[in-house]
Design a protein around this ligand. Structure first.
Ligand code: BTN
Length: 256
């Protein structure tokens, strides 16, 4: 049986210190999807800083309509509600969130963390986690899933590309660190947009300078050399036609 992740509000608040007052954290033993729950709360008028953490999701959502698989205790799954300042475009928001997650992991002693455009967190080149941002009632619902251990019933086609933290993880401290870094990155994003975090993202880019292909269900693969991202978060690919921009949508990136 999987170990229980054991989220404890008092421990999370103690680890957050003075930032604890910025968050209102709900811990659920089980729910369908923390994003779905938080969207309902956003629509009911909940403010920035509301967090829903679930020990287990029964219908976790991933990008492109996929399912996010995790067994109880195997994954750190939570969503943060953030109301965007009026007039601030959300371009690059998911990349800013990726920077915050990477910084939290590095500060927690995790090595070999990198980011894969647009939303993946990699550990040693394999997917450790992902970000799913959904918009509801002028709010961003920022959903984050990180593998603590790989689920035993993981679909075999996903297993070779997946990573997990592996070592015993102090989940309350890790969650607090993630929230603190999100608080910092979102404040930077609110005042300066993604451009203020652009240099940090470039430094974490797993595919910098590599030959990659962009796959879309609606277009032939686009192959080129990864030249990082633009100030608005668009992927920059160097192809035979020059530098081409790929904006985030239903596309995925692979090494060519
Ligand atoms: C992806 O890589 O496709 C994004 C995965 C995002 C999963 C998280 S888990 C917490 C939150 N609730 C959800 O239903 N999905 C996100």
């Amino acid at each position: 049986m999987a170990a229980h992740a054991c989220f404890e509000l008092a421990s999370i608040a103690a680890a957050l210190g003075p930032l604890a007052g910025r968050f209102d954290i709900d811990v659920l033993a089980e729910c369908d999807s923390t994003n779905a729950r938080l969207i309902a709360r956003a629509e009911a008028g909940a403010p920035s800083g509301l967090v829903i953490v679930a020990e287990r999701q029964t219908a976790g959502r991933g990008r492109m309509g996929r399912t996010w698989f995790s067994a109880a205790g195997d994954s750190l799954t939570f969503s943060l509600l953030w109301r965007l300042p009026a007039g601030r475009p959300i371009d690059g928001l998911s990349l800013a969130v990726g920077v915050a997650i990477a910084d939290a992991l590095v500060a927690s002693g995790v090595q070999k963390v990198a980011l894969k455009w647009p939303n993946d967190i990699l550990l040693g080149g394999r997917k450790l986690g992902g970000v799913l941002i959904e918009l509801a009632a002028s709010a961003a619902v920022i959903g984050i899933g990180l593998n603590l251990r790989l689920p035993a019933d993981m679909p075999p086609e996903l297993a070779p590309a997946a990573a997990a933290l592996g070592q015993p993880v102090a989940v309350n401290e890790l969650l607090a660190k993630l929230l603190a870094e999100l608080h910092r990155a979102l404040a930077t994003f609110a005042s300066g947009g993604f451009v203020a975090l652009h240099g940090r993202w470039q430094g974490l880019n797993a595919y910098a300078g590599a030959e990659v292909q962009v796959l879309s269900p609606f277009a032939p693969p686009l192959i080129g050399r990864c030249r990082g991202v633009a100030d608005d978060g668009a992927l920059l690919l160097e192809t035979g036609r020059g530098i081409e921009r790929v904006i985030s949508g239903d596309v995925s990136l692979r090494r060519a």
